[in-house]
Design a binder for this molecule. Structure first.
Ligand SMILES: NC(=O)c1ccc[n+]([C@@H]2O[C@H](COP(=O)([O-])OP(=O)(O)OC[C@H]3O[C@@H](n4cnc5c(N)ncnc54)[C@H](O)[C@@H]3O)[C@@H](O)[C@H]2O)c1
Length: 393
């Protein structure tokens, strides 16, 4: 029986990188004592410096008082040995994305913590099942997938593995909800919800670029001005980094046994090979170097609408597949995309508004034109059109 987790329980975080630091901040803000462990002295120092900077900015912007910020800082204890996590009742792992290293870390951790401690991973691309097999008591283990930046992004995907107990899920979810996060429940399938459903946002934009439908600036402009998205797909890929974004696409593609729906693109692979990683390297689809000029979009609303519709129907198709395959509920899928990646509207609600018959027509037209399996309409959409039903009553 898993314990009921509360504010009084100490939280362990393993990995003081981008995600670990953000998760530690979120836990401490709620009031937990946090033990933040990293193997690297440099990483711990960088994390602490970054955290102090972020917290000080909160005071400057009058979002928090100095006292609150001091409290958050003081509750986080940077530690250089995993043994310091022995008294933590919840430990969240956010280290390098490597199965062997994650498994070894959990083996070491399990020897130290109490029998009723809950252990979670922030993995984006490994299965919860594969990590859990290293544990003696895998029933107290699950995935808690935060989004970057973790203190700001509300979404956390909760992913039970095959052996995870119901109590562990319930208790962990209730605690993370109490932190002020929005949790959704996802099946242990590749990409969980967001990283699976969002693939066409990138891939169908690149595909249209490759075909010469429009250039990057025009596609980005269309997705923002007409689609209502905060960032265009190319801007977003440049921001995420092509090494990271390409890797996620490749992992999802492999994990789905090479389903053509998830096929990565040569265009993005070439950028990675050339070291054009996006903002962080100064060049990606756009040029970020000082004095560089970038192309202006062609603001043609008819062309823009066509671009947006083609990306949207592919997103609707993917979101429908996640419902069809019971990855998550209709509500959780829509919540995940609005709270995890800031989509302007839930995709399934949006598909309802379009009319599922119109979505199906568009997908069938694409499949007819290209003859590619990538455009095959999801059986659930076909079924719903036949029965005249909608995702929301
Ligand atoms: N960056 C994102 O946007 C994002 C979003 C969601 C999930 N994730 C996942 O979160 C995890 C961490 O990603 P990140 O971007 O924060 O990585 P990162 O590279 O910023 O940080 C990883 C940290 O782990 C430390 N580390 C490596 N091996 C260790 C070990 N054996 N013990 C203790 N510390 C160790 C490293 O020193 C480093 O500081 C990965 O599983 C990643 O897939 C990342």
């Amino acid at each position: 029986m898993a314990i009921t987790l509360t504010k009084d329980h100490a939280v362990g975080v393993i990995g003081a990188g981008t995600m670990g630091t953000g998760i530690a901040q979120a836990a401490s803000t709620y009031g937990h004592k946090v033990y933040l462990y990293d193997v690297s002295d440099k990483a711990r120092q960088k994390s602490e410096k970054g955290l102090i900077k972020i917290l000080n900015r909160q005071v400057e912007k009058n979002r928090m008082t100095q006292e609150e910020v001091n409290g958050i800082r003081d509750r986080i204890h940077y530690v250089d040995s995993i043994s310091e996590l022995a008294n933590c009742h919840l430990t969240i792992e956010a280290i390098i994305e490597d199965l062997d290293i994650k498994q070894k870390t959990f083996r070491d951790l399990e020897k130290l913590v109490s029998d009723d401690a809950v252990l979670t991973t922030n993995t984006s691309s490994l299965s919860i099942a594969s990590i859990s097999s290293a544990l003696i008591k895998p029933e107290r283990f699950l995935g808690t997938h935060f989004f970057n930046p973790a203190p700001l992004m509300p979404l956390v995907e909760i992913i039970p593995g095959i052996p995870t107990s119901y109590d562990t899920v319930k208790s962990t979810r209730a605690l993370i909800d109490a932190w002020g996060k929005t949790t959704v429940l996802a099946k242990d399938t590749p990409g969980f919800i967001v990283n699976r459903v969002a693939r066409p946002f990138y891939s169908e934009a690149i595909r249209q670029l490759e075909e010469g439908v429009a250039d990057v600036a025009t596609i980005d402009w269309a997705m923002k001005a007409i689609g209502g998205f905060k960032m265009g797909p190319f801007e977003l890929m440049d921001f995420i980094g092509h090494d990271v974004n390409y890797k996620v696409t490749e992992t999802v593609f492999e994990a789905f046994y090479y389903d053509p729906r998830f096929k990565p693109s040569f265009t993005q692979k070439r950028l990675v090979e050339a070291g054009f990683l996006g903002r962080k390297s100064g060049r990606g689809f756009y040029d970020y170097r000082e004095g560089a000029t970038n192309p202006e979009p062609l603001k043609d609303s008819q062309l823009g609408q066509k671009i947006v519709n083609r990306i949207l129907v592919m997103l609707f198709n993917e979101a429908s597949d996640a419902v069809f395959m019971n990855v998550a509920t209709v509500n959780d899928i829509d919540t995940a995309m609005t709270k995890g990646v800031n989509y302007p509207k839930g995709l399934l609600k949006w598909a309802d508004e379009w009319g599922l018959d119109a979505v199906l027509d568009h997908l069938e037209a694409l499949q007819d034109e290209y003859g590619e399996d990538r455009y095959r309409p999801n059986p659930l959409i076909k079924r719903m059109v036949r029965s005249g039903s909608k995702f929301y009553k």
